[in-house]
Write a protein that binds this ligand. Structure first.
Ligand code: SAM
Length: 248
């Protein structure tokens, strides 16, 4: 039931996490993929596919769009059809820890705001086998922007996502697991506020009404509001970092 509520809250959003088409394009620029043809790419934890659609628009590629929630993939399929991109996108309703791809078959693995579901280190290790040598890993991941933070912020994210770390620590993990980092940038605040939090807040009233103000729906909204208030106070200390790396 909780999952149904989360789907209902998030399916109306263009993105299901902080991000932006401009940022996806910036990471594509860092990746060097634009200069290549006939690419085979997986977009893992794609949600309703905002990044999948940008990849399909920008690159000469076939995109394997992976998410374990079929309603999100149905929305992506409808939008791909509208944009005449269906032939370049295949959806897979599967878990990101059991991918069906052959070893060394992918030119790139893309994943925006989703690798945390299996943990950054576990994910970069597990997914490496699917990449061709020199293949690109492009992931966004919760990142500390400073070496020290207010205790309240530290404590919140230590409970919610203990793997949160600085960019240098994330890059060390990439290096220790057979990748060389080729680019990094932190997501700017508009990716959180304009593209994710504000549109979600605008959906809260209808969401609560659809669920008769149930305790479960109210507790989801309260948790989101808490996270939003924390982000608003501490945006200079935390963001998503976009990491682009090549498999060695
Ligand atoms: N990449 C999208 C975006 O940036 O808008 C979605 C990000 S959302 C924060 C995380 C996504 O990961 C959700 O769509 C969720 O359904 C998916 N997800 C969570 N756990 C998963 C798993 N084990 N396997 C596949 N997808 C998963």
């Amino acid at each position: 039931m909780q999952l149904d509520l989360l789907i209902d809250l998030h399916i109306g959003g263009y993105r299901q996490g902080p991000g932006g088409d401009d940022v996806t394009r910036r990471a594509i620029g860092l990746s060097g993929l634009k200069e290549k043809q006939g690419l085979h790419i997986a977009d893992i934890g794609c949600g309703t596919g905002a990044s999948t659609l940008v990849l399909a628009q920008e690159l000469d590629a076939h995109i394997e769009a992976v998410d374990f929630l079929p309603p999100f993939l149905e929305k992506l399929e409808a939008e791909a059809q509208k944009q005449d991109l269906s032939e370049r996108i295949t959806t897979h309703a599967i878990s990101m820890d059991a991918l069906p791809f052959a070893d060394t078959s992918l030119d790139a693995i893309w994943s925006e705001g989703a690798i945390y579901n299996i943990g950054f280190e576990n994910g970069v290790r597990a997914w490496r086998q699917y990449l061709k040598p020199g293949g690109i890993l492009a992931v966004s991941e919760l990142t500390w922007l400073t070496d020290e933070r207010p205790a309240e912020l530290d404590q919140h994210w230590a409970e919610e996502y203990p793997e949160v770390a600085t960019a240098s620590a994330k890059m060390a993990i990439l290096e220790a697991n057979g990748y060389t980092p080729i680019g990094y940038f932190p997501l700017p605040p508009h990716c959180w506020l304009d593209n994710y939090y504000r549109p979600m807040q605008a959906r809260f009233a209808d969401f609560l009404a659809r669920h008769d103000q149930s305790d479960a729906a109210q507790s989801i909204v309260a948790a989101e509001e808490k996270e939003i208030a924390l982000y608003e106070r501490f945006a200079s200390y935390v963001s998503y970092g976009f990491y682009v790396a090549a498999k060695l």
